[in-house]
Ligand binder design. Structure first.
Ligand SMILES: CC(=O)CC(=O)SCCNC(=O)CCNC(=O)[C@H](O)C(C)(C)COP(=O)(O)OP(=O)(O)OC[C@H]1O[C@@H](n2cnc3c(N)ncnc32)[C@H](O)[C@@H]1OP(=O)(O)O
Length: 446
């Protein structure tokens, strides 16, 4: 059970406000449709995904091949044939061989970390133009063989006589070759031994989030995404992908517009049966997808005649007990609000990544909870209630899916576009990170 006295820490605090460096603009971005992992490898590898959305983005922002100083790509599950996917993607996108590229991994924060690293490189004057993204093909998550299988193969390679060889062959046991379920392992915290879903159960219990509320939230995520798709609000942000066999993917395919709270209420708890709150219907979906954003300095904007859509104002990363990792956004976002002397509802729009419906709701409760605000945030008063009308207005990972290394990038991209569409000014994108961390970015539309 989580303790409320877990003392969080943070990095890159007030020293990283944009006022202390150069302006950093968000120019444009694009993502693939998010495709649900359906028990077998999907049509695209992590690099394929990054290339699928990178190409149309670079076509509509025609920059010279060597314009980018850096390519930074978040990816949690790198596949063995695409080591350093940032570099592989950059070259497949036709960028200059002279452009350096590196991959970042901070679990679900990876796609936001790429933006924040780019932001700081440009702000501090070491770069002018950066392509920063996130990619994840959870359907391709590497499978890990059991120790016994690896030992058996080592025995085969060491066999030096026909007798050795025969002994090794006859000791073969197919059961030992059943792979360990690696995706499940990847979504289990190695320090506290809880799956991500169990950490959501911990904070649901801590803040009294009922099954009904989690299901209502999940239903609204599907409803909001379905409306956004129907109204064309994702056009341009989501670019079509074409698989090697010529199949066209145009839309996020996890959304279920017919979702009802009645149907959700019938699903069984997955992570803490039989009494838990977290089900397949109110969890983020296991999904493949990629997203890129172009970041530029003022000089690069002038040099290439770019039209910025937003400017990055501030960023913050925090760390806390891995058991309550889902509350991380409260820590990171509050630090930004304090620096900006702003309240929750002074921010026009929020993208708080929906790892789980119960986790988003627990964050909202934490801001209202005097004791949490005092102990974890050092505040005399609670922060108050974040209005639902500002939060994940076009749905989130419950409906869209959560390709873990990508989502942090997607929420910044969508926030930028939603601020423009609604002619609003300020937005915060924030997400929890497995292992007990969280990131947040404050942007302003221009
Ligand atoms: C990692 C970090 O750094 C930080 C983080 O973000 S933590 C979050 C990381 N991500 C996760 O942990 C992933 C969480 N989600 C999961 O693991 C999986 O989605 C899950 C195990 C919860 C469910 O997986 P699944 O069983 O394959 O789901 P799925 O097959 O889609 O649905 C199961 C059932 O629910 C039903 N269902 C799902 N959504 C529904 C909806 N909206 N309405 C009605 N029914 C629904 C499905 O129809 C299905 O029913 P049947 O079995 O009758 O076909």
């Amino acid at each position: 059970m989580a303790t409320r006295s877990s003392e969080p820490t943070s990095r890159s605090s007030s020293s990283n406000t944009a006022s202390q460096g150069r302006k950093v603009y968000l120019i444009d971005g694009a993502r693939t449709p998010f495709l649900k992992a359906r028990g077998q490898p999907g049509p695209f590898s992590p690099v394929d995904l990054a290339v699928q959305c990178g190409r149309p983005l670079l076509l509509r922002q025609p920059l010279p091949q060597d314009a980018f100083d850096e390519v930074i790509l978040g990816c949690v599950n790198v596949v063995a044939t695409e080591m350093n996917p940032a570099r592989v993607a950059a070259l497949r996108l036709g960028l200059s061989e002279k452009t350096t590229a590196f991959t970042v991994q901070i679990n679900c924060g990876s796609g936001m970390q790429s933006i924040d690293t780019a932001y700081k490189y440009i702000r501090d004057g070491s770069s002018e133009l950066i392509l920063a993204g996130g990619t994840e093909a959870l359907s391709h998550a590497p499978m890990v063989l059991k120790r016994e299988a690896v030992d058996w193969m080592a025995g085969m390679s060491k066999a030096s006589s026909p007798q050795d060889y025969a002994r090794q062959v006859t000791s073969f046991s197919p059961r030992e070759f059943m792979p360990e379920i690696s995706l499940e392992k990847g979504l289990t915290d190695p320090i506290v031994g809880l799956s991500m879903g169990q950490t959501a159960e911990v904070i649901a219990q801590q803040f009294g989030i009922t099954r009904e509320r989690a299901d209502e939230y999940a239903e609204s995520s599907h409803r909001r995404l379905a409306r956004a798709q129907e109204e064309g609000w994702l056009d341009g942000e989501v670019v079509p992908s074409i698989s090697p066999d010529g199949k066209l993917y145009k839309k996020d395919d996890g959304v279920r517009p017919d979702t009802t709270t009645d149907a959700l209420g019938k699903l069984k708890p997955v992570f803490e049966p039989p009494y838990g709150q977290v089900t397949a219907g109110n969890s983020s979906q296991v999904t493949d997808g990629a997203s890129w954003m172009i970041l530029a300095s003022e000089e690069a904007v002038k040099k290439y005649g770019l039209t910025p859509k937003a400017v990055i104002i501030d960023s913050e990363w925090s760390a806390l007990d891995p058991k309550i990792m889902g509350l991380g956004p409260v820590l990171s976002a509050t630090k930004i609000l304090q620096r900006q002397k702003a309240g929750l509802n002074d921010i026009d729009l929020w993208e708080l990544n929906e790892a789980f419906a119960a986790q988003v709701l627990a964050c909202r409760e934490a801001w209202k909870d005097a004791e949490f605000c005092k102990v974890a945030l050092g505040l005399d008063e609670p922060m108050g209630e974040l209005e639902m009308e500002r939060l994940n207005i076009d749905g989130g990972a419950v409906a869209i899916g959560h390709p873990v290394g990508t989502s942090g990038n997607r929420i910044v991209l969508h926030l930028m576009n939603a601020l423009h569409r609604k002619k609003l000014k300020r937005g915060i994108a924030t997400e929890c990170i497995g292992g007990g961390q969280a990131g947040a970015l404050l942007i302003e539309a221009v």
